[in-house]
Write a protein that binds this ligand. Sequence first.
Ligand SMILES: Cc1cc2nc3c(=O)[nH]c(=O)nc-3n(C[C@H](O)[C@H](O)[C@H](O)COP(=O)(O)OP(=O)(O)OC[C@H]3O[C@@H](n4cnc5c(N)ncnc54)[C@H](O)[C@@H]3O)c2cc1C
Length: 287
Amino acid sequence: MKPAPFHYEAPEELRQALSLLVEHRDAAAILAGGQSLVPLLNLRMARPDVVIDINRLTGLDDVETTADGVRVGALVRAERLVHDRAIAAVHPLLAKAVASIGHPQIRNRTTIGGNLAHADPASELPAVLAATDGWITLADYNGSRRMGWRDFFIGPYMTARRAEEMVVAVDFPHPEGMDFMFIETSRRPGDYALAGVCAGLRVVDGIVAEARIALFGVGSTVVRATEAEQEIRGRAVDEAALSELRRGVADMLTPADDLHAPAAYRRHLAGHLAGQAIGSLWQAQRA
Ligand SMILES: Cc1cc2nc3c(=O)[nH]c(=O)nc-3n(C[C@H](O)[C@H](O)[C@H](O)COP(=O)(O)OP(=O)(O)OC[C@H]3O[C@@H](n4cnc5c(N)ncnc54)[C@H](O)[C@@H]3O)c2cc1C
């Protein structure tokens, strides 16, 4: 199938793009890497009047690394995060998680802003944002605002972005003393995950000072296992704690029953992966 007819715009300035969004609002679609939008256009599941191609905009493909984390411009390609040594030095989690998005050909086009704006509940990057308590910067013609991941993802393929706004940057903080781990299970390398986890752990004086467990592929959006995180806080991570954590994570989830896996399997898998991640982080911090 071919896309329904649309008007094509390729602005070279951000303000020009934002002005087009004000003009066309819901009738416009932003084209970034095109890895999700183009199939949707071809299948006519998306029928915008105007496609605003943002690939010529300048200033949205910078990466800034500080001791506190990484700020990534919306047009940075996923594959860059896999190989950039400066990013890996500050936030190795990013390279690990992003390397699981599709294949190199797909990652060469996929943008960080487009991936998050697409808000696929099985996507890796929203879980990275959730585990790092990161935020998204949205710009419109009159200014910009910062939005935490909890407010941004509101449902499957749905975000709190207003029609006249564009994602311009994403911040992935790296809290001091916290180590992160990313694990997913998919049928084949490059496939979307059946379930995945992005976890963080900070150990102080032999007990857990803070744990973070973000799960993807098991709900309508990325989800943080806040109860399980609280339960393990102030404890040593022994087999009893891990067993409770696996059960707690599995019990809180209501994943889809679909052709890829039954809900019960996804729940069990998510609990298992969360236990594996927290157990490994504990061992690493104690070593
Ligand atoms: C074979 C295949 C395998 C894949 N596997 C995975 C996978 O394992 N994990 C995964 O996460 N993804 C996967 N993807 C999806 C891919 O990573 C998507 O491209 C990505 O999610 C969207 O990024 P994009 O830059 O291509 O955005 P586009 O396709 O250009 O846009 C996607 C959506 O976001 C909007 N948008 C884009 N940029 C912005 C912006 N700056 N501000 C506001 N809205 C914006 C668009 O209007 C559109 O609605 C796969 C894709 C393919 C084709």
